[in-house]
Design a protein around this ligand. Structure first.
Ligand SMILES: CC(C)(COP(=O)(O)OP(=O)(O)OC[C@H]1O[C@@H](n2cnc3c(N)ncnc32)[C@H](O)[C@@H]1OP(=O)(O)O)[C@@H](O)C(=O)NCCC(=O)NCCS
Length: 147
């Protein structure tokens, strides 16, 4: 089955919330996704299989900078290159909007996400003590320069 990429719409909301809540200890609310979807200063890119969402990434825009606060691939679909392809599609979109730098935070223990970010070129620029709750954990701050 082939994976495609497009912007999220209202019909994706239930699935996005379901994927998020089954993956993250402090899940985002439905309203937060709806707000990002409707904002001129954010977008949500979704990976789809038969037009059904199997992963998503949220970006906030303050051109020429952007922030990636949330990316999740459904557990059943992990380890198949979807996270990497979702980021690649999103970074192309960001470039077309004039973004040249992307920032994110990741839990120090999240080896899988760190490996993915490093693979597309993110580098560690610092750490934030006790940044996360449930469980409390430090964050690694990363930056990607796209030029
Ligand atoms: C992080 C996440 C989005 C990655 O998505 P994915 O579709 O599984 O990732 P991919 O299959 O594209 O893998 C990309 C790279 O990640 C790394 N990776 C993938 N699975 C891994 C694993 N089990 N262990 C360690 N690294 C792994 C590899 O470097 C891989 O590249 P490679 O396959 O060429 O070696 C996904 O694991 C996820 O949704 N995790 C839960 C939510 C989360 O932690 N989000 C990030 C919050 S900051």
């Amino acid at each position: 089955m082939s994976i495609e990429f497009r912007f999220a719409n209202d019909r994706d909301l239930d699935t996005i919330v379901e994927i998020e809540s089954s993956s993250m200890s402090c899940p985002w609310s439905r309203d937060s996704y709806k707000e990002a979807m409707d904002s001129d200063h954010a977008f949500i890119m979704v990976a789809t299989e038969s037009d059904s969402c199997v992963g998503f990434a949220v970006f906030y825009l303050t051109v020429p900078e952007s922030e990636l606060p949330d990316i999740v691939v459904a557990e059943s679909h992990r380890g198949k290159g979807i996270g990497k392809a979702l980021l690649d599609a999103s970074l192309r979109e960001l470039t077309s909007r004039g973004v040249d730098t992307v920032f994110l935070e990741v839990r120090v223990s999240n080896e899988r996400a760190k490996a993915l970010y490093e693979k597309v070129g993110f580098e560690e620029i610092g750490r934030r003590k006790y940044f996360y709750s449930d469980p409390v954990e430090d964050a690694i701050c990363m930056r990607l320069e796209m030029n």
